[in-house]
Ligand binder design. Structure first.
Ligand SMILES: C[S@@+](CC[C@H](N)C(=O)[O-])C[C@H]1O[C@@H](n2cnc3c(N)ncnc32)[C@H](O)[C@@H]1O
Length: 202
């Protein structure tokens, strides 16, 4: 990838430093990822992108959901995260791609769904970037924005307060999605998970 922006360089530096122990820092998240993937209601044979897949923690449940005839692609900007995914054997569950999800090397409407865990707060231009995710999904396809911890619990862990201007607050996220080609169908923000589901508008 050429012409890396400052935002992308920052993301890569941040996650390169954390890649080696990413999975061991959050060893108990597996069931939460599996439950979030289940809520995405994928079908056998579906084509799904894990946007910002990191070490590929969502790839096994995504593969289980779409079966052997489905297509699972994991895209991430940080080589060190993808290397950890390979080390964990998660390249068996999906095709890993070093790619920027704000400019995907994928055909328009080529996917049934996008799963994005811990992604949205790292996007440099959320409206445009969510529009790019909408571009690659067919009308009626779905989006899940997930985090295995809710906003308030995450803020407490980081020693800060949640504010209403937080991008992931429902009053902000719903119109942002609507302006980007997505209709929000579900919003859950509990201590143990943040999960937003949306459908790609025609
Ligand atoms: C908080 S981590 C989450 C990783 C993984 N989804 C998980 O749940 O364990 C965010 C990931 O998004 C990736 N990322 C951030 N911005 C990106 C972009 N524009 N394109 C592709 N990946 C990106 C980072 O490299 C990092 O691996």
């Amino acid at each position: 990838m050429q012409n890396m922006s400052d935002d992308h360089t920052h993301v890569q530096e941040f996650f390169t430093a954390r890649a080696a122990d990413w999975d061991s820092r959050f060893p108990d998240d597996g069931p939460a990822y599996a439950a979030a993937v289940a809520d995405l209601a994928l079908r056998e044979g579906d084509r799904v992108l894990d946007a910002g897949c990191g070490t590929g923690r969502a790839l096994p449940p995504l593969r289980a959901a779409v079966g052997p005839s489905g297509v699972v692609v994991g895209a991430d900007l940080t080589p060190a995260m993808l290397e950890q995914a390979v080390r964990a054997g998660r390249d068996r569950d999906g095709r890993l791609m070093l790619a920027d999800v704000t400019a995907l090397p994928l055909r328009s409407q080529s996917l049934d769904a996008v799963f994005g865990a811990g992604l949205i707060s790292h996007l440099p231009d959320p409206a445009a970037n969510l529009r790019e995710l909408a571009r690659v999904v067919r009308p009626g396809g779905t989006l899940a924005l997930f985090h295995p911890i809710g906003r308030a619990a995450l803020a407490a862990r980081q020693g800060r307060r949640i504010t209403p201007d937080d991008l992931r607050a429902e009053p902000r996220l719903r119109p942002l999605l609507a302006a980007s080609g997505w209709r929000m169908t579900s919003y859950v923000d509990e201590d143990v998970r943040f999960l937003v589901l949306a459908v790609r508008e025609a």
